[in-house]
Structures are given as structure tokens and as C-alpha cells.
Design a protein around this ligand. Structure first.
Ligand SMILES: *[C@@H]1O[C@H](CO)[C@@H](O)[C@H](O)[C@H]1NC(C)=O
Ligand SMILES: *[C@@H]1O[C@H](CO)[C@@H](O)[C@H](O)[C@H]1NC(C)=O
Ligand SMILES: *[C@@H]1O[C@H](CO)[C@@H](O)[C@H](O)[C@H]1NC(C)=O
Ligand SMILES: *[C@@H]1O[C@H](CO)[C@@H](O)[C@H](O)[C@H]1NC(C)=O
Ligand SMILES: *[C@@H]1O[C@H](CO)[C@@H](O)[C@H](O)[C@H]1NC(C)=O
Length: 410
């Protein structure tokens, strides 16, 4: 029998726990709306400026809804079977235990360095710091046979985006016997004052969902390339049996069903790398632009072909080769361009596919297309949707939607 005192004690404990949970959730929600690190949300399509690119095809999206890629299967150019870099079996655990990396002051006295903006100086001083230890790891994630691993770049404060992705396209599932797994890729908070609290909340989130990978580098725009190389190294270490990878942002719409169909149709393509590929993109030289690159950092006229980082597909063996290729290059501050440079080392040409819309849909922002579920249903990735819109669109697309064979406004 419980005494009144015991009951009171139990009641107190329960109340305290409840209060704690409420506080936790509130802090987390606040965090989501703070202005921390909005860098990932700024529009990637700005980069379309300064490009020499043909108009995207506007016809035929709905000629056979959801299956239009069948008509435009592109063959890869023949690729030399000999990898330019040799494969090894790699380590079995994350082998970076300390992040002791001091600034490289070798070129600080050079004229060209003095003229750079602060963020480029910061980038160059620490460019040689290639790998950092892990804070949250999931070595078991790839165990067994995984057909598709979905990895999503996120930052600590975007908890609401992760939440919606888990409910929608990021849900772990088995489709026709093929396992799909999901992971979020994070660094540390870029706001010193919030770091400790955010870290605790993230660890709690991971305790619940078990889908966070976190490395000990600061999440900043120029450190997105670190996220790329860290993921490639992590993948090479732990994921020998993963057939395909989808990698993308946390503010995109994704159709897993269309990915699966596309992959099925591409099953005999070697070195598969598909996305919203830009050929002959020029580095942006206007300083106001988020993607501005000074000549001191890149002096060629064009970038190698690369896929917009908002969402792309690659096969597992290619990811391992990309890791080795990345080790032969200096880091470049724009992550998707860097990956294009790695592809160039391997002499692999990425496949441009119209179902990937990572640079914005249409130039006219008020166009109906941006809200048209029949349009979304035929796509693989669409940039960019904030959590509520993503959830609403997901529900529409997965409802009993009736889509006309041809839509008037196309
Ligand atoms: C970090 O590096 C500095 C200089 O490279 C060295 O003096 C110091 O002992 C290192 N600290 C740790 C903890 O490894
Ligand atoms: C700085 O320059 C020296 C001499 O050229 C070189 O040995 C060293 O590796 C350089 N440091 C870094 C971090 O690149
Ligand atoms: C990247 O992260 C490292 C480690 O946190 C930090 O020292 C460096 O300043 C960051 N670089 C940029 C460009 O933000
Ligand atoms: C471009 O940069 C490379 C490497 O930084 C350098 O070797 C080359 O001389 C530069 N070319 C021009 C035209 O500045
Ligand atoms: C953009 O689309 C809206 C709605 O379809 C249309 O009313 C408007 O005229 C368009 N603007 C331009 C610049 O094409």
C-alpha cells in the first residue's frame, strides 16, 4: 500500500517530468524559428544567374504521368573501367578522434589574400583541416542489405523540417522487399551561446529517432563541403552493402516512389549520378551574390558539370570512388561544385534529368506550377518547400489525385 506521502512523491515526480518535457519542446520550437544558419534556405536558383544553359523542357511532363523519364533515359557515356584511384577496404570505424587543427598562416602575407573577404579568409585558413571526430554516430545504420540510403543535410535548429521529413518522404520503409534507410547529416551549432542547449536537444532527438549523424565541425555555408566529404568517408567506412544513395536538403519535396522506378530503370547503369545537372556553369563574380567566388579561389571560366545539391542520386560504389577522388583535391567552398570536381577526377559525367528541380521550378514565382500537385507527382525532387507546405503537398500528391494527361499551363 502506498502512503499519502509516497503518492505525493510519485505525483511530484510525474509533474516535474511533464514540466521538463514541455520546457524541452518549447525551447526546441523556439530554436526552429530563430534565425540561426538560414544559409541552407537561401535560394539556390540564384545560381542560375550567369549560366549558359538551355531552357528546361516544358513539354511532355504529363504525357505519361509519373513515368515520363522512361522516354528520356540517357545512356552514360562509356566510362573507363579502370578507376583513377585505387579502392581499398577502408577502416571499419571512424578513425578521427581529435580535431586539433590550427590555422595555416602560410599565405597570410600574400597580396591576394589581404584583398579577400573575411569568410574566404576563414575558409582558406582552415581549408587543410579535412576531418573531424564524430559526436553522434550510427554504425549499424547500413547493416544488412540497404537498397536506398537517404541522407539529408540539416542543421540543429531545423528540427521541424526533420520532423516533417520523417513523417513524409524520409520514412524508413521496405518497398517490394527493398529496404530504405534515412539519416540526417549535421555539424555543431554556429551560435556559441546556444551550443550547449541545442546539443542536448539534438542528442535527445537522436535518442528517440536514431537517425542523426553529427560531426564536430561548425555548420556554416562554407563548411557544407566538409559535410560532403565527411559523409563520403563515413559511407566508405560503414556502408559496404548500400546500393544507392539519395542526398539532399531538408527543404525539398521528394518522391520515393519515383526514385525507386527510376533506379529500377537504371539498374544496368554503371557510375550512376543523376540530378539537376548544370553544364558549363560559370563561377559567379558579383560580390553581392551568395555564391560569389573570387579569382584567387577559382580562375577557370567554367565549373565542371555538377548536380544541384538540393537532391541527387548516386550509386554506392561510385560514392566510394568519390571519397577517394575527394582526397586528391583541395576543398572548395561550394559543396555541389566540389562534388562535380570529384566526378571530373573520375571522368564520370553526371546525368541531367528533368525530374530533379533543385534550382527552382519556373522563373515566375507566382506561377500555378509551384502549387500544382500533378506537377509534383511526376517529379523526383522539387526545391523548395517549408515544413507545412511540404506536409500539405505530400498529402495531396499521395491522395486519390486525378491528373489530366496534359495540363493547360505547360
Ligand atoms: C594540438 O596541436 C598543437 C600544435 O599543432 C600541439 O602543440 C598540441 O599539443 C595539440 N594538442 C592536442 C590535444 O593534441
Ligand atoms: C606551410 O608551408 C610549409 C612550407 O612550405 C609546409 O611544409 C606546410 O605543410 C604548410 N602548412 C600547411 C598547413 O599547409
Ligand atoms: C568550419 O568548421 C571548423 C570547425 O568547427 C571551423 O574552425 C571553421 O572556422 C569552419 N569554417 C568556416 C568557413 O566556417
Ligand atoms: C589559375 O590557378 C592555378 C592554380 O591556382 C595557377 O597555377 C594558374 O597559374 C592560374 N592561372 C591563371 C591564368 O591565373
Ligand atoms: C506569372 O504568373 C501569374 C499567374 O500565372 C501571371 O498572372 C503573371 O502575369 C505572370 N508574370 C509574368 C512576369 O509572367
Amino acid at each position: 500500500m502506498m502512503t499519502t506521502r509516497d503518492r505525493w512523491r510519485v505525483c511530484k515526480t510525474v509533474c516535474l517530468m511533464f514540466l521538463l518535457a514541455v520546457v524541452t519542446l518549447t525551447v526546441f520550437q523556439r530554436g526552429s524559428f530563430s534565425s540561426v544558419g538560414q544559409f541552407q534556405t537561401t535560394e539556390r536558383h540564384r545560381r542560375m544567374e550567369g549560366l549558359t544553359e538551355e531552357e528546361p523542357q516544358r513539354k511532355g511532363f504529363f504525357s505519361t504521368p509519373g513515368r515520363f523519364w522512361r522516354q528520356e533515359q540517357q545512356r552514360m557515356e562509356p566510362v573507363t573501367e579502370e578507376p583513377l584511384v585505387t579502392l581499398d577496404n577502408g577502416a571499419k570505424t571512424w578513425d578521427i578522434k581529435t580535431a586539433n587543427c590550427s590555422a595555416n598562416l602560410n599565405f597570410t602575407s600574400a597580396d591576394w589574400f589581404g584583398g579577400l573577404e573575411a569568410n574566404f579568409k576563414q575558409f582558406l585558413l582552415y581549408r587543410h583541416c579535412r576531418y573531424f571526430p564524430m559526436r553522434i554516430n550510427h554504425p549499424e545504420k547500413c547493416s544488412g542489405d540497404v537498397h536506398l540510403l537517404m541522407v539529408i543535410k540539416s542543421i540543429i535548429s531545423q528540427h521541424d523540417r526533420r520532423e516533417v521529413i520523417r513523417q513524409t518522404w524520409g520514412k524508413e520503409q521496405v518497398i517490394n522487399g527493398k529496404r530504405i534507410k534515412t539519416l540526417f547529416l549535421l555539424g555543431t551549432s554556429s551560435v556559441e551561446s546556444e551550443r550547449a542547449n541545442h546539443q542536448k536537444l539534438l542528442e535527445y532527438e537522436d535518442y528517440i529517432y536514431g537517425d542523426i549523424l553529427q560531426w564536430d565541425f561548425m555548420d556554416s555555408f562554407f563548411n557544407l563541403t566538409l559535410k560532403e566529404t565527411h559523409f563520403l568517408k563515413w559511407f566508405s567506412t560503414y556502408c559496404g552493402n548500400v546500393r544507392y544513395i539519395f542526398k539532399g536538403d531538408d527543404d525539398v519535396f521528394v518522391s520515393v516512389q519515383n526514385i525507386m522506378e527510376y533506379l529500377e530503370d537504371s539498374s544496368d547503369v554503371k557510375n550512376l549520378f543523376a540530378g539537376d545537372v548544370l553544364f558549363k556553369a560559370r563561377p559567379i563574380r558579383r560580390k553581392e551574390n551568395k555564391y560569389y567566388i573570387p579569382h584567387a579561389l577559382y580562375n577557370k571560366t567554367y565549373y565542371p558539370p555538377y548536380a544541384g545539391g538540393g537532391g541527387f542520386l548516386m550509386d554506392g560504389p561510385l560514392a566510394r570512388k568519390l571519397y577517394l577522388a575527394s582526397e586528391t583535391l583541395e576543398l572548395y567552398p561550394i559543396d555541389d561544385v566540389f562534388l562535380g570536381m570529384c566526378l571530373e577526377v573520375l571522368q564520370v559525367t553526371p546525368i541531367k534529368h528533368n525530374a530533379f528541380k533543385t534550382f527552382g521550378l519556373v522563373k515566375n514565382k507566382s506561377s500555378k506550377l509551384n502549387k500544382e500537385p500533378c506537377f509534383f507527382r511526376g517529379m523526383i525532387v522539387v526545391h523548395k518547400l517549408l515544413p507545412q507546405d511540404l506536409l500539405a503537398m505530400w498529402r495531396l500528391v499521395n491522395s486519390d489525385l486525378v491528373c489530366a494527361q496534359k495540363l493547360d499551363f505547360l
